[in-house]
Design a protein around this ligand. Structure first.
Ligand code: FES
Length: 512
């Protein structure tokens, strides 16, 4: 579904998401005054950064939002844009790790995030296809019935409605379902652009194509460096998922890729609700009309970034949807990144001199929005009931989250094992056009990509973040790091942090 990359909003992969379709970027200021000390510098132009910038600018702060690429380049252009009152970490799980009060605060945050989105749409009159829908979750096995009961019990304990039903509008055989009223969906980039316009009208500044390399504090002023430019601010928010560098988030958040297909059906069997199964990894279904055409959006098959094969993930997703729906065509296929927090709840707050918000799991729309409110309250010296529970420096036992312990073990494994993975038979010559692989040339490892014209793009495969070896993502045409999720394009440019420096280019001539 290519519509001409230069006319649309860019994102961090070669596949186009339907949100980019027909949308042109909003022109932004191309300069920021290096002499000005801004009240708040916001780094990252997705839903979290833009909502924060808008709130703080409206509160009378002089804000500068800086984005390494263009507004919406990261996950906001690749989300499947579900707006729910329940979350991937169930309230039952939250209760077991954080007690009743913690679970209630988590539920309040998710709900408040939802309310912020609704309020912004109303205030700024944002035409973003916002629609209230029912959500269904269904169980296919006995074990999943028990999970469903836990989900419902947890929701009721935090005061949310959850009703059992036999009638889930899905052609997948199932034993039981639950329905939640008053959930929603929207077009995330139209929403983001609505916020951006509001922020601009309030006097907020945006600077794109500017990657911040480092932030240091001198005499209580934050100095944010980008190449030879320095920007000054009293406070800094990192709204870039995990902040750059090796931080506690390198050990507390695991990066995941999630896959989505936009499918046209031969019949009218499009679901009128948001529907989720309980498989591991899970699938979801919803319908969206894009440029007058109805699409079934089917997502899932998530896996840790840089681990499994993205081509297989798409193929399996497509097989799955074809099994249950009469597919006329698959018009969109794209993947996106999110971060799972080690103990189940997001990290939102102040740590090591900066403000940050990350670990949203698959609930970035609501948690990104409430993060803006929490960070704004902290910066404005207002009390927030969420400060403690979401504190990035909290120390929680991670019992019951064994999966996450495994994630950290994975990092150590990749750091060592990937260095020995290349076989002697791997060679540049064997690469077909359009494919990439880490190969060994004269005893040196090379991340080699041969483009469609046969030209070789050769990089040092050692990730600039902490030294793991990157893996080829043949779908989004990127090099993805299996350790903390940094991603690089075919020429080594950073697509996603926590790396801030690109992969080093190697002269192709020396190893052909
Ligand atoms: Fe940490 Fe690559 S992202 S080593």
């Amino acid at each position: 579904m290519a519509t001409g990359k230069d006319q649309i909003i860019a994102r961090d992969g070669v596949h186009e998401s339907p949100w980019q379709s027909g949308l042109t970027p909003i022109k932004t200021n191309s300069t920021a005054d290096p002499r000005t000390v801004y009240d708040v510098l916001i780094i990252g132009g997705g839903i979290t950064g833009m909502t924060s910038a808008l709130m703080l600018q409206n509160a009378g702060k002089k804000c500068l939002l800086i984005e390494a690429e263009t507004i919406g380049f990261g996950t906001t252009a690749g989300t499947s844009a579900h707006i729910n009152t329940f979350a991937d970490t169930t309230y039952t799980e939250a209760q077991s790790a954080f007690g009743k009060e913690g679970a209630q605060l988590f539920a309040d945050a998710v709900n408040e995030g939802f309310a912020i989105i609704k309020e912004n749409i109303k205030t700024y009159k944002i035409a973003c296809d916002f629609a209230i829908k029912k959500s269904y979750v269904y169980a296919e096995t006995e074990g999943q019935v028990k999970q469903l009961e836990d989900l419902c019990k947890g929701m009721r304990e935090v005061g949310l409605d959850c009703t059992y039903t036999d009638e889930v509008p899905i052609p997948v055989p199932h034993q039981m379902g639950v329905v939640m009223e008053n959930q929603a969906q929207f077009h995330p980039l139209r929403y983001l652009q609505g916020l951006q316009k509001g922020y601009g009208k309030a006097g907020g500044q945006v600077l794109e194509h500017t990657r911040i390399d480092s932030v240091k504090i001198e005499n209580k002023i934050h100095l944010a460096k980008s190449g030879d430019q320095t920007f000054k601010a009293l406070k800094v928010i990192y709204a870039t998922h995990v902040p750059p560098g090796i931080t506690i988030f390198s050990f507390r958040c695991a990066p995941y890729r999630s896959y989505v297909l936009g499918v046209k059906l031969k019949d009218e069997n499009y679901p009128h609700a948001l529907i989720y199964d309980l498989q591991e990894p899970y699938h979801y279904f919803r319908t969206h009309i894009i440029d007058g055409q109805k699409y079934l959006l089917v997502g899932g098959n998530d896996h840790k970034t840089g681990h499994d094969d993205p081509e297989k993930a798409f193929a399996s997703l497509e097989r799955y949807v074809r099994k249950y729906y009469k597919v006329a065509s698959v018009d969109y296929r794209w993947s996106s990144q999110y971060y799972i927090p080690v103990d189940g709840l997001p990290y939102i707050g102040h740590i090591d001199g900066i403000y940050c918000a990350t670990g949203f799991n698959g609930n970035g729309m609501m948690l990104g929005s409430i993060s803006a409110k929490i960070l704004s309250d902290l910066i404005l010296d207002k009390k927030t009931k969420y400060e403690k529970v979401f504190s990035p420096s909290r120390i929680k036992p991670i019992d019951g989250f064994a999966e996450f312990v495994k994630e950290n073990a994975d990092v150590a494994y990749h750091f060592v094992a990937d260095r020995f993975k290349v076989h002697e038979t791997d060679s540049v010559k064997r690469l077909s056009p359009g494919t990439g692989k880490v190969v060994e040339v004269d005893g040196e490892k090379v991340a080699a990509y041969k483009d469609e014209s046969g030209q070789l793009h050769s990089l040092n495969p050692v990730c600039t973040h902490a030294g793991c070896i990157v893996n080829w993502n043949g779908e989004e045409k990127s090099w993805d790091c299996p350790c903390h999720g940094a991603r690089f394009d075919i020429d080594g440019k950073v697509l996603a942090g926590p790396a801030t420096r690109g992969l080093e280019q190697i002269k192709a001539k020396s190893h052909e």
